[in-house]
Design a protein around this ligand. Structure first.
Ligand SMILES: *[C@@H]1O[C@H](CO)[C@@H](O)[C@H](O)[C@H]1NC(C)=O
Length: 129
């Protein structure tokens, strides 16, 4: 019994390490309301809210990214703006495509960006998974 528990604890630790390591970093920008209509059909303010994002080709996957939940954390400044990051992780739903030239990997809604960073920074480095 005790051994089984230890194995479970070890597994949980390995899994959490793996999920931390699987976060990818990229640039996040933001756009102002209104957020809809968005490129993902059927997604609107009522069923998806304001914690949403558009993603560039790196994540879009021909539209299969629609509805995907992304966990996003601000990691560092991407320009001269000092200390743009706020603590915490947000979860956003992919509802839009960020067309080239998309100036980031993730184009967050203004509401989402404001939770993790100072809007005046305009763009920040994030980790997402
Ligand atoms: C972000 O998405 C909005 C809405 O689709 C778009 O108008 C804007 O150009 C995008 N911003 C950037 C920097 O790519």
């Amino acid at each position: 019994m005790e051994v089984k528990l230890q194995v479970l604890v070890m597994l949980a630790m390995i899994l959490s390490l793996f999920s931390a390591a699987s976060a990818t970093s990229g640039l996040a920008v933001y756009y102002r309301p209104q957020y809809y209509p968005a490129a993902c059909p059927g997604f609107n303010l009522r069923n998806s809210g304001v914690m949403v994002a558009g993603v560039s080709d790196a994540l879009w996957n021909g539209g299969k990214a629609c509805g995907r939940m992304l966990r996003v954390r601000c990691t560092s400044a991407a320009n001269d703006f000092p200390k743009p990051c706020k603590a915490g992780i947000i979860t956003v739903k992919v509802v839009d495509y960020c067309q080239q030239p998309c100036h980031g990997v993730i184009n967050l809604s203004q509401d989402a960006f404001a939770r993790i960073a100072n809007l005046d920074a305009g763009k920040v480095w994030v980790d997402y998974s």
